[in-house]
Design a protein around this ligand. Structure first.
Ligand code: S6P
Ligand code: ZN
Length: 191
């Protein structure tokens, strides 16, 4: 059967395997891989990032998806796996984005590792919430979001968000976030 009502496609139900321990979807058809070299311009210490790139360009994070139509009514979901590490004193993080449809939110359920979801509004209000196993972060509409790993194991989370949300990376490339997450005197500091 194939039809749409108001632009929302009919789909048959399906099931997806999720590897909670390793942080993967074994049958993912979208597997996004970001290495250190994909993160130029995001960290405060550019020299430290270049040193990391020269030293094997390590894996930074992966996103696994079995995509659904990017349409109103559908729910996109993913497993995100962010490696542990630092660029200088700044903990590994994802690029971060607004949703193109700004008035769409997102849920992140922590599965493994510990870190923060750092968030900002278009007018520069900042917020950060801890993410860890048994914690679910609600990212409301309008908030740009980026995850940061402060643990020594991968930060694995499950996310779900409206299918038509889209991703706006450009505004974060231009604006950055008001605060980052750093190791300072042996402590994790959001500053
Ligand atoms: C999508 C959702 C995640 C991120 C993923 C990678 O709305 O927030 O799938 O895309 O965690 O982060 P980023 O910042 O590179 O998109
Ligand atoms: Zn998002």
């Amino acid at each position: 059967m194939s039809f749409q009502v108001d632009g929302t496609s009919f789909l048959d139900p399906f099931v997806v395997d999720v590897d909670l321990d390793n942080g993967a979807m074994p049958n993912a058809t979208n597997h996004l891989v970001r290495r250190a070299s994909n993160m130029r311009g995001y960290y405060q210490d550019e020299k430290a990032l270049e040193a990391l790139i020269a030293d094997g360009d390590p894996l930074h994070y992966e996103v696994f998806e079995v995509p659904v139509p990017e349409e109103y009514g559908h729910l996109m979901y993913c497993i995100s796996k962010l490696q542990p590490g630092r660029v200088g004193d700044e903990f590994f993080m994802t690029k971060g984005h607004y949703h193109t449809v700004l008035q769409t939110g997102e849920i992140y359920l922590g599965l493994r590792g510990e870190g923060y979801m750092v968030m900002k509004t278009p007018d520069g209000v900042f917020n950060s919430q801890p993410i860890a196993r048994c914690k679910m972060v609600y990212v409301p509409p309008y908030w740009a979001h980026r995850s940061v790993n402060v643990s020594d194991e991968p930060l694995v989370s499950f996310c779900v968000y409206p299918g038509d949300a889209g991703h706006n990376y450009g505004d974060i490339v231009e604006q950055g976030f008001p605060k980052g997450v750093f190791l300072e005197d042996g402590k994790v500091v959001v500053k």
